[in-house]
Design a protein around this ligand. Structure first.
Ligand SMILES: NC(=O)c1ccc[n+]([C@@H]2O[C@H](COP(=O)([O-])OP(=O)(O)OC[C@H]3O[C@@H](n4cnc5c(N)ncnc54)[C@H](O)[C@@H]3O)[C@@H](O)[C@H]2O)c1
Length: 269
């Protein structure tokens, strides 16, 4: 069977770890030429080497997406390498201070943290969306997938203010962009993951008692693994989703079906 992405050049931000890396690996298997972007130069290069050993064509670009000048410069370099057919705008950080901790409460919530999280998750997403759309518009085609979050849709007691604000805004910007981009033949959709096992909270796995609190709020009883998002991302960055744009697709082990009341007892510590 012909591979889904043969001959397609696909851009992934946050490609050195977690969800972005899983998508990069799966799109390599589907024949894509990869353009991988991350601010972590060491991990990015390690992953690129591993992908190339499996036969993938990989370009790497080190970029902090929160820095508009870096994004402009790097996307100009990406443009020089040829057309971009698909993009997974995924880079992001977590909020670190959940509202169920003293540091996370309104009285104490750090403004520095607020600006840092908004600066990466929202500003950085917007800068990369601008430049990615600009690459695709002249060609009259393209597919963009954005990593949002279930916490952009509903309140979640174990998440901080900056993170939920950033992800709700990411969903809004992506849906707004779907209106503009449709006439250019560009589709944009959001994947809203629930809890996935990645490096977002640091390289060490969560302590079992903390993981158990999270898992209690997930009907399937566990965190997701990044490859469990691959199929949806692959569908959305392909011609098989030709009537899909402006959508927000939840992948959360059923967590969103729980009500806020069910979640009330959840405590971080
Ligand atoms: N893991 C989860 O439970 C979960 C849930 C919902 C949404 N998400 C979202 O998924 C996306 C990917 O996160 P992950 O869970 O795979 O985490 P991760 O930490 O494993 O991977 C994130 C990658 O993004 C990169 N990155 C962070 N800030 C960057 C910046 N300013 N510029 C360029 N690269 C940057 C990191 O270096 C890292 O390689 C994020 O947008 C995150 O908010 C994750």
């Amino acid at each position: 069977m012909e591979k889904l992405l043969t001959g397609r050049r696909v851009l992934v931000t946050g490609a050195a770890s977690g969800i972005g890396l899983a998508y990069a690996r799966s799109s390599a298997r589907e024949g894509a030429d990869l353009v991988l972007v991350d601010r972590d130069d060491v991990r990015l290069e390690e992953q690129a080497v591993a992908l190339r050993e499996h036969g993938a064509t990989v370009e790497t670009f080190v970029c902090d997406i929160a820095d508009a000048e870096q994004v402009d410069r790097v996307w100009a370099e990406i443009d020089e390498g040829g057309a971009v057919d698909g993009a997974f705008l995924n880079a992001g950080v977590n909020g670190t201070a959940p509202i169920r901790t003293v540091e996370g409460e309104l009285d104490h919530a750090s403004r520095e943290l607020w600006h840092r999280v908004i600066g990466i998750n929202l500003d950085g997403f917007f800068f990369t969306l601008q430049r990615t759309a600009a690459l695709m518009k002249p060609r009259g085609r393209g597919q963009i997938v954005v990593t949002g979050s279930t916490s952009g849709i509903r309140a979640e007691p174990l998440i901080g203010y900056a993170y939920v604000a950033s992800k709700a805004a990411v969903h809004a910007v992506a849906r707004q962009a779907s209106l503009e981009l449709a006439k250019y033949g560009i589709r944009i959709n959001v994947i809203a993951p629930g809890s996935f096992r990645t490096n977002i909270a640091g390289p060490a796995p969560a302590p079992p008692e903390k993981a158990a609190v999270w898992n209690a709020g997930i009907p399937l009883g566990r965190h997701g693994e990044p490859p469990e998002l691959e199929a949806l991302a692959a569908l959305l960055i392909s011609d098989r989703s030709s009537f899909m744009t402006g959508g927000v697709y939840v992948v959360d082990g059923g967590a969103s079906v729980l009500t806020q009341v069910t979640m009330e007892g959840m405590q971080v510590s």
